[in-house]
Each structure stands twice: as structure tokens, then as C-alpha cells.
Design a protein around this ligand. Sequence first.
Ligand SMILES: [Zn+2]
Length: 199
Amino acid sequence: MNPRVLAAVTRVLAVALLPAAFLRSPRRARYFACQWALGLRFPAEDLRGLTAATARAFTEARTLAFWRDHQLIGLTCGHRDAALQHRMFMEEVRRTGSVAAARCRVLPPDESSHVSGIALDVRPTEGARWLEEHGAAFGLYRRYDNEWWHFEHHWTPPPRLPYPGVAAEAATVVMSVPDPRSGRSQSFRQAGGRGSLQR
Ligand SMILES: [Zn+2]
């Protein structure tokens, strides 16, 4: 079915669910009706395993997107357990032929924010665009230039990186400061970051 038609049907559904949602929680009727309708629109999505703060931020953000801007946001993938992440990483290593190349797309379990429960792969592209524009109000940030779908929940804005595997390089930050003697800029490297920038 055409995505626009699906979106319209989902909105009609959410409005129809409002009375039931009102019975569930009079003050949060629009919130619950939105989650129920989106759950029917994206039946495969699974919010289990996300940290409580991440799940709250995501559901609050998409409630606003849904009712105010008529934008649907679905979850393609949230939490992954370490075993699955390990399999995905090894598969990517096999596919690309090197660990470095694999890290551009998939991180090992101990570095993955999907394993720690703060990462959200969302859809469709319009929904991701909405989240990129408005997500900061909810602590949700796009992290990588090469992944329009990947967002993470953070209490303070994290740096935007070109791709996931840049994390190890980001542990060393190149700083540029003016040299008082010459008046020119002087670059030096400073160890920094926690090396935990994740996908
Ligand atoms: Zn992701």
C-alpha cells in the first residue's frame, strides 16, 4: 500500500482509538492512542530492552511528530543482545574482508549502543528527518553521516561522526590553538573521549 495512504489510515486508527486510550489514561490519551496505532502500523517493532529513558524519549518524540506534524516514526531495530551483535559484526567482517571495513557499518558488542539499549534505528526516511530536526528536545541525536536511520539517546549532545568505526580515532582529538609567539595556529593531539562512541 502507498505509504501516504498507510499514514492516513494510521491517523484515522489513532483517532478511533482515542476513547479507549482515554479510559486507559485520561491525561495521556493521545500518547497511548499514538503508540497503539503505530504498533499496528509497524507490527514488527520491538521496544523491549531499551533503557527506560530511551524508550520514554522515543515514544514522547513520536507522539509529538504524530499529532502535531502528522509524521509517522517506526522502530526498525532497538536493543540487540550481545550474541546477535557479535554475529552481525563477524558477518560484516566476512563480507568486507577486514575488521576496519566492518567497523564502518557494524560495531562489536562491547562498543555497540544497540547492546547498551540507547540506540534506535528508525523509519521511514521522512520520520528520521523529523527526528533529526526535532529529536534534540528529547535527547535523541543522529550520530553518523552514513546512517540516516541511527539515533541515540544522550543527556548531552554527542559529536556527529562520519561513520561508526571512527570511534577509535575519536579517542585522539586534534586540537588547534593559537601560538602566542608566532600568532599562528598550532595543532597538537590530545587524548580524549571515552572511546565508546557507538553504533
Ligand atoms: Zn543502529
